[in-house]
Design a protein around this ligand. Sequence first.
Ligand code: UD1
Length: 421
Amino acid sequence: MDSIIIEGGIPLEGKINISGAKNSCLALMTCAILTNSPLKLTNVPNLSDITTMSLLLKSLGLEVAHGEGDRKVTLRAKIITNSKADYNIVRKMRASFLVLGPLLAREGFAQVSLPGGCAIGARAVDLHLKALQKLGANLDLEKGYVIASAPTGLVGAEINFPIKSVGATENTIMAATLAKGKTTIRNAAREPEIEDLIECLNKMGAKITGQGTSILEIEGQQSLNGTCHEVISDRIEFGTYLLAGVITKGKIILVGVNDIHSKEFLDKVKEMGVNYTYTPEGLKVDCSDSQLKPISIITEPFPGFPTDLQAQMMATMSLVNGTSEIDERIFENRFMHVPELNRMGANIKLEGTRATINGVDKLIGAPVMATDLRASVALIIAGLAAQGKSVINRVYHLDRGYEEIENKLAKCGARIKRVVS
Ligand code: UD1
């Protein structure tokens, strides 16, 4: 298994291009199931999760053509040859469950493996299933698979989500685009990736209103057409590199950012004492002589502080003088990076969903183990600031969500290399 070796202590300096959003792209790819015409996506990030989704869609009969080096993918579902999403693919990536809604809407039948738990929590799919049942699907659970059928098609309905779920909102929207009549979704998640999905679906001929709000109305259509769509930029990758600049006291310019998607994050970063400015090239962060202050954050659904930036923020807080606090309200077990950061000299205490981070003067490089995607990158940014050598093991998690991370960081002066084994 590959590992990443970092000799820390170098302030980052330079430009970093932000790639297309992984989470947006994964949902957009599944839209191709809804039409027999081609769906062309641009600004597609080169990530292993995207490859996994391509494999899954190919297994269902889609043609998937990745343009070489041009960040484009064309998907076409002329016919669906197989309505079964196999455990061996779904277990690798929870977003695979997003094929359920579109498959059911197009074929009236789908068999999708349950994704199971993951390192950051139990992550149920009950909300996805209840919403599809409301749209008229018959559901059975058999040998770890959801068997869903709607032989005469799905029918529009009123759906009230008890809590906000990104995936359940996406699955329901896609299913409802081909249902008979009108669907109203209340307490829908409002993440930018959902807005991106709605924009693409409307270009495909869907009739969805309420984009960007928590009440969505969908007028089901008989069929959808293909389209071309550019994936939005990755707000989590942006936040991660911004914090890498902060923790190393660097000067970086982040290119290709959509700051509207990161307002709460940027407000918190400003409260911490980070100076950033907008330049024609991109968002410039200069932390070379910032005096950072401790802050408190609560992770919440959008527009709140994103749980996907919690681990990276915690690594950064560990070097901020004073006591910072994090309350993780989305995933019950998303603190696996804490013991690893403490092994590097951080002083973080956990109590239930709360972490108290007492700033230390320095982190010391150490061998550490990555446990999930965002925990892995938090260890990378801690390693960039730490004195001496850090070895981050099990980095395959990183390749799921960070395109060319070593190259992007090395171009800004980081002493970082991958050891392939
Ligand atoms: C998506 C993102 C992930 C991000 C998360 C929260 C993708 C591919 N992944 O994951 O990076 O961390 O949003 O912003 O877009 N829940 C239920 N029942 C359900 C569904 C969810 O109880 O049926 C719970 C989850 O356990 C969690 C909360 O709802 O506690 C939010 O999860 P959800 O928004 O669904 O996350 P994902 O869509 O899986």
